[in-house]
Design a protein around this ligand. Structure first.
Ligand SMILES: [Mn+2]
Length: 376
């Protein structure tokens, strides 16, 4: 048995005001090509199919197209759950009859958990849920943390599972020790959202979603597939991929990563405005964070860079140009006289000290401005 594991598609995601939909369609088509080449038996989608609870129409269309291709055209079973970005209720729509076509979509957690028997395995689809949801479902008042909730769920599973079968767990959760990135939405404040690997260690394979790094944890049977695209600059060093999981009878045989190549990479480039606009960096159409190393003021750097790099998402100045000491509060700034304040701004913007002559000129200008202000 051979399964493809992916998660965190975040369809409809907008990164720094730019819609990722064209890139998402591109990467999903690449996954389709991998599916064909690898001759897999089924697909796991471990949550966060959409980026928002109410996704835009284009994102819904894209998911519809891709699920139709995989499940109807290619006749592949799909094992999917909702993530913390999805609306559990909306994703549940139609799931009761979709399963007649081997499209298993667990949107909402249910009190009674049953496996999906598939080839030599039993697949347990556990959608993202807050501990309170399970507490309400079961009436068990002792459930307070994500860890408690997961332990209760796994306890129930272990009472039901058939040890002669491969046991596959599909979930969307934060495993303690996992490395987060900037594009996941926190499940809760502090560390109460973490669950231990011990909880899931007895499954043959655990297919997780939530953390976007493909190597967010290092465990022999518990894996995050990671997101198929980089969704924040904290992921620039990730090599995004999907996982191909092979089983031999009831044993996990091999877990492989198949790298994905995005239409446009998300990268950070660095240099002065002059350097970056004379020697054009490779793949200028990538999504870029540009770190400008220039000292002093620059006129419309974004406008100038955009002529060469149309998809800049973020511009940053790397030189610490503000006063190096402790930052001043707004009240402190307000107390300053006009000329010292302007001198400070001038130094911040140009990197040069205002000369006595410049100060005098500035004083004349200010006098004139003040006079006119009084006349109004
Ligand atoms: Mn996610």
């Amino acid at each position: 048995m051979k399964l493809l594991h992916t998660a965190d598609l975040h369809l409809g995601k907008i990164v720094n005001s730019v819609s990722m939909l064209p890139d998402q369609r591109y990467i999903l088509e690449q996954i389709t090509a991998i599916i064909e080449k690898e001759q897999i038996d089924g697909i796991i989608l471990a949550g966060d199919l959409y980026d928002r609870a109410i996704p835009q129409v284009e994102a819904v269309n894209l998911l519809n197209d891709i699920l139709f291709q995989w499940n109807v055209k290619k006749q592949l079973p799909i094992f999917a759950i909702s993530g913390n970005h999805d609306s559990a209720d909306r994703l549940s729509f139609g799931s009761a009859w979709y399963e007649n076509h081997q499209f298993y979509m667990a949107g909402k957690l249910t009190a009674e958990i049953n496996p999906i028997p598939f080839m030599d395995s039993e697949i347990w689809l556990i959608p993202f849920h807050e501990p309170a949801v399970l507490r309400d479902l079961t009436g068990d008042k002792t459930i307070h943390s994500y860890e408690n909730a997961m332990q209760k769920i796994v306890q129930q599973i272990k009472q039901k599972w058939n040890p002669a079968k491969c046991q596959i767990f599909v979930g969307h959760a934060f495993i303690s020790g996992g490395i987060p990135s900037d594009s996941e939405r926190q499940l809760s404040i502090g560390h109460v959202d973490r669950i231990s690997t011990d909880c899931l260690a007895d499954f043959t394979y655990t297919a997780l979603g939530h953390l976007h790094h493909p190597h967010a944890i290092n465990h022999p049977t518990i894996f995050y597939s990671g997101s198929p695209l980089k969704y924040s600059f904290s992921e620039v060093n990730d090599r995004k991929s999907v996982r191909i999981v092979e089983f031999s009878g009831v044993k996990l045989k091999k877990v492989r990563e198949i790298p994905l190549k995005p239409k446009r990479d998300l990268r950070i480039i660095e240099g002065t405005l002059e350097e970056l606009t004379t020697e054009i960096a490779e793949n200028p159409n990538d999504y870029l964070q540009v770190n400008l190393t220039d000292q002093g003021a620059l006129v419309d750097p974004m406008g100038k860079l955009r002529q060469f790099y149309p998809n800049i998402l973020h511009l940053e100045r790397t030189t610490a140009i503000l006063s190096e000491g402790k930052p001043e509060t707004f009240t402190e700034v307000l107390k300053k006289e006009d000329i010292p304040l302007f001198a400070q701004f001038f130094e911040y913007a140009s990197g040069q000290v205002l000369t006595e002559e410049q100060k005098e000129k500035m004083q004349l200008i200010l006098n004139e401005v003040n006079r006119e202000a009084k006349d109004i």
